[in-house]
Ligand binder design. Structure first.
Ligand code: NAI
Length: 776
């Protein structure tokens, strides 16, 4: 080819990055790896091969973690953790800083190794993954430094088990390890079986950086190794991966007391309004779905285009797809690299072959290289409910549908079981900022896509999991209250009936509180409530699944509450407090009569105080503008979780009820409360306080009855977004296992009638990060 030919065709020549440094690093380790445990590499054992998906070449042999390996890694982490925490924030900060510097120093080695192991274009690993991983260690070096001053009431959890997927191997490692060790935890991390190599290189970097032995441990292996880690005696599991495995982990850890964060799949909408900058929106899609072969949990893989511009937009998109360059991921000119493994390639093919249905498939006419390559694909003409519009494909396949109005766009966008991220394009800032809060997603990008940073929270809602990574909010998930664990508080002395009395035919006075009205229980049964001295105090209804359903439906109808202002919610909470105060003596006497104690007056006072606290927070639990390295805003907004079911403590029947209700309602949630089973009359008396306090119908619902059965009913209900257990720990397992169904959030505090405000407010909110880059 002559220069003249090149000038005519403007073809890119190959610009390969050298793999020599990586090959010599692999050779230096005889292409065989053990685990990184207690600061050293173990001898390679039985295991599996890690291959370059672009050409099938063997990169190295890696060991499969046995039970003994997991035990050794957890023991090393356990032994190292107290000393690491005791080092103090500043000394830990210096170690994290050293890790950040070494990641930068070895960035080329990391980038090339990542590309060889994963198949992603070198431009992505070099310009995005590795710099962001280093940024994470810098950021969290700062968090370690500030911990004592800024988070004096928080302590590390202990040993954290961390399991990560193959799409961002080093970046996910950084997201998991940096905050954990910054806060004084030690970790055992298991990378994905397809992409273990950069994690092993990171082990070597830990040695160089002077990370004390045992603080960071890396064990390799497949899902079975992951299962062993989940079952090991660790204090927390942090998982990123598929929704199916996330659900299995939720079940496996139910009732174990292990903290859990799950970052799962997604089917994120990519909404293009007719007034959008269409060329930018097309370019955004290249980043969102093709640059990384669609192997991103938050990939904007579901395109929603406004009807009037749909044809024009699809034409532009097809033209851009024709120009995408597929090939050797080490080539710096490549846009689309290889899928991670032949298994993933087969999955993507199957999805398209079986699911396209009435849709029209477009693939550019490109010659596919040998290896795990799949062409960029656009499928238009699908209906929102079609399988390909609903299920995560995790390949370079974009599915598209159209909408007419912004309201319809929101409705289609939210018509999915996931809720990880969303992208919207519009030049109209009013429209963009109106739509962003309405999208069910943890992250929203306005006129941009796939922006990440250590300072900004990332994570999902619904079946995309729970918990946030990054920012201050991410630290909550790697710390616990520095005070004694909540469960340490003994139950207040009370004389609960030894065995609950049998249910009797309904007493006409026994009512639930549903939809702002007192309602008869569905069962037709009630239970007598006696004082310890044997005096009949009243009757309460025996609630069942149907009552829970009615209460949830009432809460659902009260969705407007979530859109009210904090100012309004504060006034209503103050008003509840005022009305309770007016009847304080009556409530105190009732509590004393039920419990046989004398603490009623103090309990009523404490409940009024708590109502004031959360009235105060209603308009003060503010969000933040995150200092991300971008010309624009990354705004963290606290949104209500939705409908929260709460099981109240058995003792302190009024204070416990208020402790569940007040923070939830203050943050704009609607609640279904299951009051103390032993002393339910404090709750039934409370109906009248609610009725006189302007609480809109359906915002607070109260269902009396057997807590264990009602807890399970709440946790399995698909319209309940979170379940709180402020009651005894023996309900935790039931709730957490049942909650795995739709992966709802749970908050099991144990007997803590006034959990710290910070934790209660965090449990009552979802942080949504809205990214708005600007500039003309
Ligand atoms: P996966 O969820 O099976 O694997 C993720 C990690 O979990 C890996 O380290 C794996 O070894 C481990 N693991 C697997 N089974 C486990 C178990 N029972 N207990 C503990 N750990 C376990 O994901 P996989 O098979 O790699 O990909 C399947 C699909 O999951 C993808 O096609 C994609 O749809 C989705 N996915 C989503 C990701 C995300 O970032 N949200 C990342 C990777 C996959």
């Amino acid at each position: 080819m002559t220069i003249r030919d090149i000038l005519e065709s403007m073809e890119y020549g190959p610009a390969p990055e050298s793999g020599a440094e990586v090959q010599s690093w692999l050779d230096g380790r005889a292409r065989a790896f053990g685990h990184f445990i207690a600061g050293t590499f173990t001898a390679p054992g039985e295991g599996f091969e890690s291959r370059n998906p672009a050409n099938g070449a063997l990169l190295a042999r890696v060991s499969q973690a046995s039970q003994a390996d997991i035990d050794a890694a957890v023991a090393a982490a356990r032994a190292a953790q107290p000393g690491w925490a005791a080092l103090g924030g500043h000394r830990r900060a210096r170690v994290l800083y050293a890790l950040a510097r070494l990641l930068q120093k070895h960035s080329r080695l990391f980038a090339v190794l990542e590309t060889l192991d994963n198949g992603k274009p070198i431009r992505e690993s070099r310009d995005i993954d590795i710099p962001l991983a280093a940024r994470h260690f810098y950021y969290h070096a700062g968090m370690a430094q500030l911990m004592e001053e800024e988070l004096p009431d928080r302590a590390p959890l202990g040993v954290c088990g961390q399991i990560i997927p193959w799409n961002f191997p080093l970046l996910m490692l950084a997201w998991k390890i940096a905050p954990a060790i910054a806060m004084g935890n030690s970790v055992v991390l298991k990378p994905a079986e397809y992409t273990p190599l950069t994690a092993l290189l990171f082990g070597q970097i830990c040695q160089e950086a002077g990370v004390p032995a045992g603080v960071v441990n890396i064990v390799t292996g497949d899902g079975a190794a992951g299962e062993r880690l989940v079952a090991a005696p660790v204090d927390k599991i942090a998982f990123t991966g598929s929704t199916a495995v996330g659900r299995a982990i939720r079940k496996a850890t139910a009732g174990s007391g292990k903290a859990l964060t799950l970052e799962l799949g997604g089917k994120s909408p990519y909404i293009v309004f007719e007034d959008a900058d269409l060329d930018s929106a097309v370019e955004g899609l290249v980043d969102a779905i093709w640059f990384n072969q669609g192997q991103v949990c938050c990939a904007g893989s579901r395109l929603l285009v406004q009807e009037g511009i749909a044809d024009r937009f699809h034409d532009k998109l097809r033209a851009r797809m024709d120009a995408l360059r597929l090939g050797d991921p080490l080539d710096k000119c490549i846009d689309v690299g290889a899928l991670v493994d032949p298994v993933q390639l087969a999955t993507v093919k199957r999805f398209v072959d079986e699911g396209a249905g009435a849709g029209e498939i477009y693939q550019p006419d490109v010659a596919l290289p040998e290896g795990c390559f799949y062409p960029p694909t656009l499928i238009t003409g699908l209906a929102p409910a079609d399988r390909l519009m609903q299920e995560e494909i995790f390949g370079p396949v974009l599915v598209s549908t159209t909408f007419r109005t912004p309201a319809e766009a929101v409705q289609i966008a939210n018509d999915t079981r996931y809720g990880l991220a969303a992208t919207l394009w519009s030049e109209n800032i009013n429209l963009a900022l109106d739509v962003a809060p309405k999208l069910a997603a943890g992250v929203v990008w306005v006129n941009a896509t796939n922006l990440f940073d250590a300072a900004a929270g990332f994570g999902g809602v619904r079946e995309s999991g729970f918990g946030r990574e990054g920012g201050w909010e991410g630290l909550l998930a790697y710390t616990r209250s520095a005070e004694a664990p909540a469960r340490a508080r003994p139950l207040a002395p009370f004389a609960a009936p030894e065995a609950p009395a049998p249910d009797d035919p309904l007493d006409r006075t026994a009512k639930m509180y549903v939809g702002g009205k007192q309602a008869r229980p569905d069962s037709g049964y009630s239970r007598a409530v006696w004082s310890p001295a044997g005096v009949l105090l009243g009757h309460v209804g025996s609630g069942n699944r149907k009552d829970i359903r009615n209460a949830v439906e009432a809460a659902h109808k009260a969705a407007g509450w979530s859109r009210t202002t904090g100012h309004l919610r504060a006034q209503i909470l103050f008003y509840i407090a005022e009305n309770l105060s007016a009847r304080a003596a009556e409530f105190a006497a009732r509590i004393d009569a039920m419990t046989g104690g004398s603490g009623g007056a103090g309990e009523v006072e404490a409940a009024i105080d708590l109502l004031f606290t959360h009235a105060a927070w209603a308009d003060k639990h503010d969000g933040a503008v995150k200092p991300v390295p971008l010309r624009g805003l990354a705004v963290a907004v606290n949104e209500p979780v939705g409908i929260i079911g709460a099981i109240c403590p058995p003792d302190r029947p009024l204070l416990g009820l208020v402790a569940a209700m007040a923070p939830a309602v203050a943050m704009g949630n609607r609640v279904v409360l299951v009051p103390s089973e032993a002393f339910p009359l404090a709750a039934t008396d409370f109906y009248q306080v609610l009725e006189t306090s302007d609480v809109p119908a359906g915002v607070v619902n109260i269902v009396t009855g057997a807590q264990d059965a009602l807890a399970a009913d709440l946790a399995t209900h698909l319209n309940v977004d979170a379940v709180w257990n402020l009651s005894t720990g023996d309900l935790d397992a039931t709730i957490e296992r049942a909650a795995a169904g739709n992966l709802k959030r749970t908050w099991c505090t144990g007997i803590g009638d006034t959990p710290a405000s910070r934790e209660a407010l965090a449990a009552a909110t979802e942080v949504k990060t809205i990214w708005v880059p600007y500039g003309v």
